[in-house]
Design a protein around this ligand. Structure first.
Ligand SMILES: [Zn+2]
Length: 235
């Protein structure tokens, strides 16, 4: 069964660039494993004529995140260099929109919403829900997901389509879900048992995040910021 996302859905593919894949200067372990499941999703969205966005890290050569500039990362994704190109296995439809981020020397941006027009573009499209995958789970995917939630969008995080810098993250969904979500998103997830049973199927597992109003009390602020549910899509 093929599930076509609703017409209010957009796809955001985060930073599937050569430098973040094996052989690149800031390779995410098994980063290239996201390409095959992502291509299936990209094809589904393209066939359904739904909006597709590709974010890319697009740094000047003296970017503040680089070690030689006092940052924490090796030089990566410098504008116009081979390392900044999308992985050659990634399907990038002609009509897709490319969003460049962290383009200023003195400003880091992990989120595709940070310093870009992505939120405006989605608003104009009337998007209420985004499907999200790419690299790396614990940095740009996480921050882009949180950015989307802040914009009031529902986020469908495609767990087969993400890999993390921390090697433990790539074991999703084999690691206990509660630990993973607590570590990466800072909220609790139940129904772990159910998740480990669907993890055996070949379908794409989606973690659905929705921002819920937080009551203005000390305790509420510490509690989860978003509700989570799980859906399975077959692309
Ligand atoms: Zn970067």
């Amino acid at each position: 069964m093929e599930v076509v996302p609703a017409s209010n859905a957009s796809l955001i593919v985060v930073d599937v660039q050569r430098d973040f894949c094996p052989g690149g200067s800031l390779a995410v372990p098994h980063g290239d494993e996201v390409i095959s499941p992502l291509n299936r999703v990209i094809e589904s969205f393209a066939k359904a004529n739904l909006p597709i966005f590709f974010t890319r890290d697009w740094h000047p050569s003296n970017h503040c995140s680089f070690e030689d500039q006092g940052g924490i990362w090796p030089v990566h994704c410098v504008q116009g260099t081979p390392g900044a190109e999308f992985h050659k296995g990634l399907l990038v439809p002609k009509r897709a929109t490319i969003i460049d981020k962290a383009t200023e020397a003195n400003r880091e941006a992990y989120s595709g919403f940070d310093g870009t027009d992505l939120a405006d573009r989605l608003k104009k499209l009337g998007a209420t829900t985004v499907f999200l995958g790419g690299l790396a789970t614990d940095y740009c995917v996480k921050e882009t997901s949180l950015g989307a939630l802040r914009e009031g969008l529902e986020v469908n995080l495609m767990l087969d389509c993400v890999r993390g810098v921390d090697v433990h993250e790539r074991a999703i969904p084999k690691v206990p879900f509660e630990c993973w979500c607590n570590g990466v998103f800072g909220f609790r997830v139940r129904r772990q048992q159910w998740i480990s049973s669907i993890a055996r199927s070949n379908e794409i597992i989606i973690l659905t995040l929705r921002a819920s109003p937080v009551r203005p009390s000390k305790h509420a602020a510490r509690r989860k910021q978003s509700r989570t549910t799980f859906d399975i899509y077959s692309f």
